[in-house]
Design a protein around this ligand. Structure first.
Ligand code: ADP
Length: 447
């Protein structure tokens, strides 16, 4: 591979440019009209403006992106996460034009991108699922039957869902009909697919996911887990590796379950197999993501592996350099997603960064696209970047995150920096005891 087009923006576009540069691969960026001065546009070897600010006119415009691919003479496209990363039709178009899509095959993206299909693959591979409907549920009467079989609380999810959207929790039968209808119409509106399914809702689980890596030669390994239980509105905001509750034995079991799923579909590329872990140490498959994840750096910090470089090498047909899975991870890593938003209402806060100071020192990493004077556009998601720390153990990582958050200053817009400090210093978080309900409980308690 000599030249890669990065079909994305923000911190992940910058991250991919950095990996390419270290590999000696040329980079072609695309940008919208409001992103001409964005860091990814400035850092890439070449940059082409592909359209107006709304994503559908630029970062989602397949025709424009393929035109840039044609004129710039690239070998491959890296989709990052979001935008076109899980769009099997786009991956297919790349294939037809003999451009390597850096990710799995269109078929794998399609199959695994549908949560119902993915659960079928997992079940066939012998991996435990939460009780629920085996197929999409189309009618209210059917929803009622499933609910009577599995009981409450339950959750209605969009088969094509993502980003924590399109999920409805139901606590009692009288709520079912209405929430079922809303879930179906939201699934159609957000994802262009009205299919929904039902599964048991766990009240205080941990979200634990396994990073896997598979090459085109049938080698597949896992790189241990990430704990992503600190979420708001089902979206992750703090992640760590390893998970404080997972010991070597459990890691081995969860890792093997993830590998079984990857092998069952001849998976190729990086992938993340997501599980919910209950209080008894039982884990249930919920979905698989067929792309690089936002939270990939915590795995990089505890394994010493550059996941983006590996992903590119796999796409180039190279064999995995490491062939053994990770049951022992080095030290402890924590990531805080720094968002431009009001910390209480979570309403995005775009605007000009009038001053910023990024922390440094031992064990501190920043993956971000911000700089002094950067104008955060209102058109995209509110994440400004990630602050990641690594320590010899969780205690050192916590102390390091605490001091890095104190050093981090972003002026001119609202951010969630103080909110992160509050969570990091919360006794329950320090004890490693937080489930996915933690943030909602914290906000409800008004503390
Ligand atoms: P998305 O693809 O939108 O991210 P996921 O299926 O990965 O959706 O779920 C996102 C989050 O929603 C999980 O991490 C968890 O907090 C919550 N969740 C999803 N399914 C369940 C469930 N059955 N029980 C409890 N929480 C759930």
């Amino acid at each position: 591979m000599r030249k890669i087009l990065i079909a994305n923006r923000g911190e992940i576009a910058v991250r991919i440019i950095r990996a390419c540069r270290e590999l000696g691969i040329g980079t072609v960026a695309i940008c919208s009209t409001v992103d001409r001065e964005a860091l990814h546009s400035r850092l890439a070897d070449e940059c082409y403006c592909v359209g107006a600010a709304p994503s559908r006119k630029s970062y989602l415009s397949v025709a424009q992106i393929m035109s840039v691919a044609a004129v710039s003479g690239i070998d491959a496209i890296h989709p990052g996460y979001g935008f076109l990363a899980e769009n099997h039709k786009f991956a297919h178009i790349c294939q037809q034009y003999k451009i390597k899509f850096i990710g799995p095959s269109p078929q794998q993206i399609k199959q695994l991108g549908n949560k119902v299909e993915a659960k079928k693959i997992a079940a066939a591979a012998g991996v435990r699922l939460l009780q629920g409907s085996a197929d999409p549920v189309a009618a209210e009467t059917e929803a009622l039957q499933v609910a009577r079989r599995i009981g409450y609380p339950l959750i209605i999810k969009a088969a094509a869902g993502g980003g924590g959207r399109g999920m409805k929790i139901v606590h009692a039968e009288e709520q079912l009909k209405n929430r079922f209808r809303v879930a179906q119409s939201e699934a159609e509106a957000f994802f262009g697919n009205p299919q929904v399914f039902i599964e048991r809702y766990l009240t205080s689980p941990r979200h634990v996911e396994i990073q896997i890596m598979a090459d085109a030669h049938g080698n597949v390994i896992h790189l241990g887990e990430r704990d992503c239980s600190i979420q708001r509105h089902h979206q992750k905001i703090i992640e760590e590796a390893p998970c404080p509750l997972v010991n070597k034995k459990l890691r081995l079991r969860m890792g093997n379950a993830a590998l079984k799923i990857a092998r069952a579909c001849n998976y190729e590329s990086l992938g993340t197999v997501e599980f919910l872990l209950d209080q008894n140490g039982t884990f249930y498959f919920i979905e698989m993501n067929t792309r690089i994840q936002v939270e990939h750096p915590v795995t990089e910090m505890v394994t010493g592996i550059d996941l983006v470089k590996e992903q590119i090498k796999i796409a180039a047909g190279e064999k995995l350099t490491r062939l053994t899975s990770f049951t022992q991870l080095q030290g402890h890593a924590i990531e805080c997603r720094i968002n431009a938003e009001d910390a209480v209402t979570f309403v995005p806060s775009p605007g000009k960064i009038t001053d910023c100071h990024l922390p440094g020192g031992p064990g501190v990493r920043i993956d971000s696209m911000i700089y002094n004077g950067y104008r955060v556009p209102p058109d995209y998601d509110s994440m400004l970047g990630k602050l990641i720390v690594h320590g010899q153990d969780r205690e050192e990582a916590l102390a390091r995150m605490n001091r890095a958050l104190q050093e981090l200053q972003i002026e001119g817009i609202k951010t969630n920096i103080n909110f992160h400090s509050k969570v990091i210093n919360h006794p329950a978080f320090r004890r490693g005891e937080c489930s996915t309900g933690f943030i909602a409980e914290l906000l409800n308690s008004g503390k």
